[in-house]
Ligand binder design. Structure first.
Ligand code: ZN
Ligand code: ZN
Length: 285
């Protein structure tokens, strides 16, 4: 298992690979554009080759894009839903250009219309996005959420309904450990982790997981609150995280931290080492 982190793109995307190496990350995730803005990803041939050179110099670590937070594929408002699809197309094309291994996205909220009611529209917009990017090998990675409000993807049944409905090898899943816990899966010990992984495998299929967001949770089990905590300092704790990250079923999956960090400046080397220890890997200096 590669242990990595979300890293900042402050000053330009091409600075991200170096930041990942500095942290001791073996893989990394970025926001390729401001996550609160609809602005398309800014770039040209020059910025693309600057990123590719920096990425190569950093050992070509596997990297992932996290799409903007404005995306909502489940909204009953057709315009917003299609605009969300367009944003995913933009992310996928850039991901292909910059050798990213996947584009993580939050599926959004049905805003009270109901999951079953909006499911066909969710499937249609995802199918359209994948069709428009047919020549691109990069997968979309649907991230499970903590289950607040009318968010979709709150449990493995909902994730599976979307993945099965689209039925494309390019639609896969990103598992966030803090969200899975807050949405009601008790992963505080080995027995709970096995139960969760069995459910994940039977509903979604572990072979459809590409990435794990490795986070402890400030929020309680089943609270539906999305609050990440440093590894070992939250309500999940080391016992559950160790059972999860040492489970052989997780061995081929990349993991990135999205924790606040000891200095509240994002994932740091201390959390990298804590997660490495959970995964049974030797610590870094
Ligand atoms: Zn996310
Ligand atoms: Zn996440």
């Amino acid at each position: 298992m590669n242990i990595g982190a979300h890293v900042s793109t402050r000053g330009g995307l091409a600075l991200a690979p170096g930041r990942a190496v500095e942290l001791g990350a073996e893989c990394f995730q970025t926001h390729p554009t401001s996550p609160q803005s609809w602005r398309p990803i800014a770039g040209d041939d020059e910025s693309a080759s600057a990123f590719r050179a920096a990425h190569k110099a950093a050992g070509s670590l596997p990297h992932y894009f996290h799409a903007i937070y404005l995306i909502n594929l489940a909204t009953p408002k057709d315009g917003h839903r299609e605009q969300s699809g367009d944003a995913l197309v933009d992310h996928l094309l850039w991901a292909d250009r910059l050798d990213a291994k996947g584009v993580v996205f939050h599926p959004g909220s049905h805003l009270g219309a109901g999951f079953g009611e909006m499911l066909p529209a969710v499937i249609a917009v995802l199918a359209r996005v994948l069709q428009e990017t047919e020549s691109c090998p990069v997968p979309l990675l649907l991230e499970n959420n903590a289950g607040s409000g009318a968010c979709i993807g709150r449990n493995f049944e909902e994730v599976a309904a979307i993945l099965d409905g689209v039925n494309s090898p390019r639609l896969r899943m990103c598992l966030d450990t803090a969200h899975v816990f807050a949405s009601g899966y008790d992963i505080r010990d080995a027995a709970g982790v096995h139960t969760m992984l069995d459910a994940l495998d039977s509903k979604v299929g572990i072979e459809r997981i590409s990435l794990v967001h490795a986070n402890d949770s400030k929020a309680e089990l089943g609270s539906n609150a999305d609050r990440h905590e440093n590894i070992g300092d939250g309500k999940i704790g080391n016992e559950g995280l160790s059972a999860l990250f040492q489970d052989p079923r997780m061995a081929r999956i990349d993991a990135v931290l999205e924790v606040p960090g000891m200095e509240h400046e994002g994932p740091d080397r201390i959390n990298i080492n804590r997660l490495r220890s959970c995964a049974g890997k030797p610590g870094l200096d």
